[in-house]
Design a protein around this ligand. Structure first.
Ligand code: FAD
Length: 441
């Protein structure tokens, strides 16, 4: 994008607007604000090494961008395409206001995803997106991802443009407290993590991606979310490797593209059921609170929810099982869970979050929408020795091996020694309720 801008003009203004619309939409939260503040400082440092700097403005993103364009006499404004309804509205407004002033908006559509949404379509169906991942992935592989150009060596910025102060996490989100163990934001931190992942991690990914205590995934999602790393670059680098782990990693990156192409075609799916199933969700405030606080009485669910509170991040398997527990076992609306995730996730993202939640709730693109992940089966398969639970539910740390997954089987004084709640719901009863609600019995 920067290269394209530099092809059209001798000088560029790398601009970041602290967009009041993001805060008004409730999307500015402490964890992402902390990561973003790091990322902006790192971007500014990278631009300074190239003779430039980051220009910061605060306010309505369209007004501020147009103002800077007017101040500098810019002919073009370059922007990475977004897929959310908010991003599309913002883009439309910006295009119109720039056009009124005789300026052009240039939108780059393969920045936040490896392939632009809409680059591959189901042939001969007239449909505007893929609703099933496997055929999408085949076409995605056949299409191929364009190579990524390295950053320009020199970024000349007009002297007269006021830089503005780099925002702190507080500037980006004045209220609330960030989770204690967040990753460091920014391109450099992302590149270090990716380099370490390439050296050790990626090769075993295929076998270890569901290993909950092993924590053997890349943890690159926040860097991808904030554009610190380019998904196309990661696809290229991983595709150059011969191992099955790299292949599995590329497949996950394609999942990311898949959800973006669904949301680009159906922006309403951020809030409405992609495939309505007539659910009449329950809302039991105590149960939802127990889920949020990691006190459902199901240790593997509670471990996941507490990791989320502590790190602002969660392993995919844990995301799946806690989401299934909320939407199918407690039968609560997926939007309640999606909102809680967006409040905490450092990688929280409209496409990946909302559509993965819909997938888990059975209102999205899952071809088996009524499968229910039993937390005890999940625990046996993905945390067989109970180490993940002991890490995150310390009050159960004294229980050895897989016994940690079933504290309710303890009796008398032994049970009383553990300050840990009884299960909020009986799994068998919950399954009957869910199947009835979905008309499956
Ligand atoms: P890795 O396993 O190392 O995978 C590499 C990359 O592939 C990830 O960084 C991510 O960009 C992509 N990826 C992996 N799995 C998925 C997936 N199922 N869908 C889309 N992309 C994927 N991911 C987000 O980035 N933001 C979210 O807000 C988000 N919310 C989720 C909510 C639920 C209920 C579920 C089940 C999944 C959600 N995911 C989300 C997807 C996935 O859980 C995370 O991307 C992943 O856990 C990030 O960890 P990682 O970087 O170590 O992933």
């Amino acid at each position: 994008m920067l290269r394209a801008a530099l092809r059209s003009a001798a000088r560029v203004v790398p601009l970041f607007v602290v967009d009041s619309g993001v805060a008004d939409a409730g999307f500015a939260v402490p964890n992402r604000a902390a990561f973003l503040a790091d990322a902006l400082a790192d971007l500014d440092a990278g631009l300074r090494e190239r003779g430039g700097r980051l220009v910061i403005r605060t306010g309505d993103v369209v007004t501020e961008t147009c103002r800077v364009a007017a101040e500098t006499g810019a002919g073009q404004v370059h922007l990475a395409a977004g897929v959310s309804g908010y991003a599309l509205r913002r883009e439309r407004r910006l295009r119109a206001e720039l056009a009124d002033a005789g300026r052009t908006l240039v939108v780059h559509d393969a920045v936040i995803t490896a392939l632009p949404p809409g680059a591959v379509l189901p042939s001969g169906t007239g449909r505007d997106h893929f609703a099933v991942f496997t055929p999408y992935f085949r076409r995605w592989q056949a299409e191929g991802v364009r190579p990524v150009l390295s950053a320009p060596r020199s970024v000349p910025v007009p002297e007269e443009v006021r830089g503005g102060r780099l925002p702190s996490a507080r500037d980006l989100c004045p209220g609330g407290t960030a989770s204690p163990a967040l990753p460091e934001g920014g391109e450099r931190a992302g590149r270090r993590r990716f380099a370490a992942w390439q050296r050790s991690g990626m090769a075993d990914y295929q076998d270890r991606q569901d290993d909950l205590p092993g924590d053997a995934t890349s943890r690159l999602s926040p860097y991808l979310h904030f554009g610190c790393l380019s998904p196309a670059e990661l696809v290229h680098k991983a595709s150059a490797r011969p191992d099955a782990g790299a292949e599995a990693f590329v497949r996950q990156l394609a999942w990311r593209d898949f959800h973006h192409q669904v949301l680009a075609a159906r922006p309403g799916a951020a809030h409405d059921d992609y495939r309505p199933r007539g659910d009449r969700w329950r809302h039991d405030e105590d149960e939802v609170r127990a889920w949020k606080e990691g006190r459902t009485g199901y240790p593997v669910v509670d471990a996941g929810m507490r990791q989320l509170l502590h790190e602002g991040w969660l392993h995919n398997r844990a995301r799946m099982l806690v989401a299934s527990f909320l939407t199918k076992t407690l039968y609560a609306d997926w939007r309640v869970g999606a909102r809680h995730f967006l409040d905490l996730l450092v990688d929280g993202d409209m496409a990946n979050n909302q559509l993965n939640w819909q997938w888990m709730a059975g209102t999205g693109t899952d071809t088996r929408p009524n499968r229910v992940l039993n937390p005890l089966v999940q625990a046996r398969r993905f945390d067989p020795r109970g180490d993940y639970v002991r890490r995150w539910v310390p009050e159960l740390a004294g229980l050895p091996g897989a016994a940690v997954h079933r504290p309710w089987e303890l009796t008398g004084a032994e049970r009383a020694a553990y300050d840990y709640p009884d299960p909020v719901v009986d799994l068998a009863d919950a399954l009957v309720r869910f199947r009835r609600a979905r008309g499956l019995t």
